[in-house]
Design a binder for this molecule. Structure first.
Ligand code: F6R
Length: 610
């Protein structure tokens, strides 16, 4: 959570930082701030609210300076107030800091500092860190040394950018657990939580590793560990098209990303499907092919929407490759001393590649000897770098906080992975061919659903005032029900539950009355008749039925209040198509309720804290 930008160069720093923060606002948006060095003094502007509120403050103050740091916050310690907004100044007035992460031993450090008379103006762990560095700086009078000594005593996670008034030409950025990228421009340096805030200035970047720092001094920089060993960091060229992070004529990023899915799905499968041979090519898995073939089981771990795609993956891999699959919430898995065998393969799925729990689960499995793989969107992210091998989903930047295109691409990659593993073991060429050929048709089928968005909008307007929604599906469509409910609740704030349809009668059926919309994923498959019975049960209790059904199914018209058709496909690939109308339904409901679709309350795009 939280976005950090630091700049040292020849441009007016305030606008560079505000522009960078705008790009990072998906990471947190409850308060924002900048600190710049102006004529030998700090000028700090910060406020609760959005980056646009900060921009007004900054423009009003006409800040002038070429070195500064900025922050957009997702609160962990302390409410989103002006005082708790970053940057934080230490009690000496010399050290100023922005931070992404959590300082776990901040209470201990705070007590120690308070004993020596330090007073705090905020409730944050970050102010404690600034003061802790300041207290060491008072003694050693060496900025870099003070940062290193302080961080060697700090527990927890951090990505920080820090300045010292006595060294106005120096900026230090350090990472442990929270991502930081150093951009190397033409006589300018820019530090940011991810490359989207950097590409406007340069494409030459260094991804900092854990416990690594970048010390920028004048026109030069050095990277080293916090234990003072120089590191040989590789300069990488980021491939990033700027227009991919603009709205491109859509009202919201979420809508743009929903509409991008024919293209993003195509990008996920492009060059990988060998339909004629009934196989797939996943180059990134080459080095671990034998380990995958030998695996007795596969564990998939993830959070949120990525966890839902993992559930679909479980069905696909078990069905096509006949290997047992377990799906685990990363946050639960990591804390229960999981039993892991050296021949286990553990797959982490993550759009951002930075989710703290998923990363920690992968590290736990790696330490216990398993082979760890990543299905990740963001190239250069921590999970992408730390896994033994993996497959990128190539969905392009996902800015809307609600994940959409990442879900469909993740499922596409999981389907290919299931074919890949299946073909090494027992899946016939004929069966593989059928699925591969169907995967090729998915982009055009997604487009067909998008072309009928108006119908979904009408339904959305009819149900926007409902207090609760129930989403039901069976088999592969159960994770889709979970995903549909998650999409609705996170952006509309309407309570929604996803449930396996048959489980309804063991409890949730009590909720059903004439005010409850029930969304059924009722596509044609071998358990279609069972879901029809579940629809009857809801109708008998006067619930309103919205059915996602397969084109050509006329029976459903007599049972449901509303039918949204999706094109026919192999039942194993239905989740990809069924997710699209549910994304649109929640989008249109949220817009009708005037919610902040791209930045829903209390949320942030990537959860880099536990
Ligand atoms: C929901 C959503 C979240 C993320 C979750 C995992 O729309 O976006 O539930 O799916 O935070 O994030 P990643 O995939 O980046 O690990």
């Amino acid at each position: 959570m939280c976005g950090i930008v630091g700049y040292k160069g020849h441009q007016q720093v305030s606008s560079v930082i505000v522009n960078g923060l705008r790009r990072l606002e998906y990471r947190g948006y409850d308060s924002a701030g900048v600190a710049i060095i102006e004529n030998g003094h700090y000028v700090i502007k910060k406020c609760a609210g959005l980056v646009e509120d900060l921009e007004k403050l900054v423009n009003h103050s006409q800040l002038k300076g070429t070195v500064g740091i900025g922050h957009t916050r997702w609160a962990t310690h302390g409410a989103p107030t002006n005082e708790n907004a970053h940057p934080h100044l230490d009690y000496t007035g010399k050290i100023v800091l922005v931070h992404n992460g959590i300082i776990e031993n901040y209470q201990t450090l705070k007590k120690k500092l308070a004993k020596n008379g330090v007073e705090f103006v905020s409730q944050t762990d970050t102010e404690v860190l600034a003061c802790f560095i300041g207290s060491i700086y008072e003694k050693v009078q060496n900025f870099e040394l003070a940062v290193r000594l302080a961080l060697s005593e700090v527990e927890g996670t951090f990505g920080i950018a820090v300045l010292c008034l006595d060294e106005p030409d120096m900026m230090i950025a350090v990472r442990r657990g929270s991502p930081l990228v150093l951009g190397l421009g033409n006589n300018e340096f820019i530090i940011a939580s991810d490359a989207s805030a950097i590409v406007q200035h340069t494409r030459q970047v260094i991804y900092l590793n854990d416990n690594e720092m970048a010390v920028i001094d004048g026109d030069t920089y050095v990277t080293k560990t916090i234990y003072d060993q120089e590191t040989d960091s590789e300069i990488q060229e980021v491939e990033f098209e700027l227009e991919k992070i603009e709205k491109g004529g859509f009202d919201h990023f979420m809508l743009k990303e929903i509409y991008e899915q024919p293209e993003t799905f195509h990008n996920a499968i492009r060059g990988r499907l060998l339909s004629a041979e009934g196989n797939v090519k996943l180059g990134g898995l080459g080095p671990v092919r034998d380990k995958i073939r030998a695996a007795k089981r596969i564990i998939i771990t993830a959070c949120g929407t990525s966890w839902h795609s993992a559930l679909v993956g479980e069905y696909l891999i078990e069905q096509l490759a006949h290997i047992p699959v377990e799906v685990e919430y990363a946050s639960e898995f990591r804390y229960r001393n999981p039993i892991i065998y050296p021949d286990d393969v553990l797959i982490g799925i993550s759009q951002s590649g930075e989710t703290a729990d998923t990363l920690a689960a992968l590290r736990e499995a790696k330490q216990k000897g398993a082979t760890i793989l990543g299905i990740v969107n963001v190239v250069g992210s921590t999970i992408a770098r730390e896994t033994d091998a993996g497959v990128f989903i190539h969905a392009g930047p996902e800015i809307g906080v609600a994940s959409t295109k990442a879900f469909t691409s993740q499922v596409g990659v999981l389907a290919m992975l299931a074919i890949y593993i299946g073909r090494m073991i027992h899946l016939s060429q004929r069966e593989a061919k059928v699925i591969a050929q169907e995967l090729e048709k998915i982009p055009q089928k997604i487009q067909q659903i998008l072309d009928n968005a108006d119908k979904i909008k009408e339904i959305a307007l009819q149900y926007k005032d409902a207090q609760n929604f129930l989403y039901l599906g069976r088999g592969l469509n159960f994770p889709v029900a979970l995903e549909g409910a998650l999409k609705l609740k996170e952006i509309s704030y309407i309570h929604a539950e996803g449930y396996p349809a048959a489980e309804m009668k063991h409890g949730p059926i009590a909720l059903i009355d004439e005010n409850l919309p029930v969304v059924f994923i009722a596509t044609k498959d071998d358990i279609y008749d069972k879901i029809i019975s579940n629809i009857e049960e809801v109708r008998a209790r006067k619930g309103k039925v919205i059915a996602i059904a397969t084109e050509g199914d006329t029976q459903i018209l007599t049972l449901a209040d509303h039918v949204i058709y999706i094109p026919e496909t192999d039942s194993m690939l239905t989740p990809i198509l069924a997710a699209i109308p549910l994304q649109l339904l929640s989008y249109y409901i949220s817009v009708a309720l005037d919610r902040n679709v791209d930045k829903p309350r209390n949320l942030a795009k990537s959860v880099t804290v536990e």
